[in-house]
Design a protein around this ligand. Sequence first.
Ligand code: FAD
Ligand code: NAD
Length: 480
Amino acid sequence: MANKQFDVVVIGAGPGGYVAAIRAAQLGFSTACIEMESYADPKGEVRLGGTCLNVGCIPSKALLRSSELYDEANHSFVMHGITADNVKMDVGTMVRRKDNIVTQLTGGIKGLFKKNKITQLTGRGSFAGRENELWQIAVTGKDGAAEVVDAKHVIVATGSSPRHIEGIPVDNQVICDNVGALSLDAVPKRLGVIGAGVIGLELGSVWKRLGAEVTILEALPDFLAAADPAVAKEAWKTFTTKQGLKINLGVKITSVKQGKKGVTIDYESGDGAQKLECDRLIVSVGRVPNTAGLGADQVGLKLDNRGCIEVNDHCQTNLENVWAVGDVIRGPMLAHKGMEEGVMVAELIAGQAGHVNYDAIPWVIYTHPEIAWVGKTETQLKNEGVEYKVGQIPFMANGRALGQGDTTGFVKMLACAKTDRVLGVHIIGASASELIAEAVTAMEFGAVSEDIARICHAHPTLSEVMHEAALAVDKRPLHF
Ligand code: FAD
Ligand code: NAD
């Protein structure tokens, strides 16, 4: 019997893959999407949405919100004259709420597949060969049985998995990566975290707010090295001094031992040999691209020296009609970056002018205060020898922030000294994740800071701080 044939076969149903499949289907291509993971599905059925929906962005944000409310009830209500005695957190309820959100959203992608007439194929997708200008893709189920389908175009969107460290066995009970860390059954008294990156800070914040004593061990000597230095400095001050997160920088882990009473981590730092005892440990030291079992070798699909699938600016691999998007290729491991690439590739396959502006991809860290940025940091501009102007305004000068009782942080705008073009915007403060959208839009439209300075911003809103930062670039803020 002839293999089923599709115009486009997508391998992986995370944000890169499912969005690519939807856009391809919208453009009239017969499309299939292969997914193999059930994640925590109670019936063991394959779930769509990838890392993001199942064990990443969405569940972490659900827990962050729950822990934020608990923290506010304990610490912020009082300033409004509200007494909230005996506030309790039921971790089981919090985790179930998170699981329900995940179930709702992953089911939602199934619905979108149906609506767009996308064929869902269940199993591990791998390259099986090429004949008559068609790729043969094997879809291997858990029982080992394989169906082979033919594809004119293949989009690889197999994502990434947590990087584990040799000698630190992750069981997702006591020593956890993101999967276990999102489903702890109780608040640990002492929580250790290896890696002060995005996951370490977000999930460290969740369990800290719920009462854990959190110690983060970071290999690099600088905190949040990718962020603008002023933001990193403010974040360090807030997280360590005000919130009590213990963060040790420049550490070298020498051993991790799991015993009956928990985990003992031996490490070296500037202060010599140290020991950390904790009840649970989160290992969040980055992620690795998923290319194992893909059959890359068999068909000669090129990987780069980091193990990512090698692609050009248009996400084309070295093989004809084979594309790759999302975490499995170069660039930041962000859901929205993968989605944009998915759309671009589908449109390029359709002969349209698909494009991703990699210079205007926003970053957000969902701590409190939130951190968000787009474009260049001050460090990058200095290193590149670009002359720039700075406008920086604190939320303390904003009426809405005062009314909300949340005045930490600032908006910092960097503009070209010669052309005034906005080169970067860096925010630390409440709702930074939402505020950054204005900066992204401005940069996409090639705005100068004067454009933002002349746009009417609603009063009283936090967005006025963006307005004032733009005015401050020209040294004429009105309220600071
Ligand atoms: P994935 O989401 O990893 O999906 C790939 C899918 O492919 C998986 O479901 C996998 O099972 C499947 N697959 C792999 N190999 C095969 C195969 N051979 N056959 C069939 N299926 C296969 N990003 C943000 O932008 N914002 C956030 O707030 C954010 N928070 C995060 C929080 C955590 C705790 C984590 C871990 C990540 C977070 N991320 C966040 C990153 C984000 O989840 C990823 O960038 C995004 O999921 C990448 O999408 P993707 O489609 O490339 O890959
Ligand atoms: P990360 O790259 O953000 O941080 C890892 C940290 O671990 C780094 O600071 C690194 O220096 C440190 N590290 C590495 N090896 C170490 C070692 N042996 N000992 C001590 N420290 C060590 O990675 P992550 O936090 O694991 O997150 C993975 C990816 O998921 C990120 O790339 C990020 O893009 C994505 N993510 C995004 C969001 C978001 O957008 N809000 C949230 C969570 C995760």
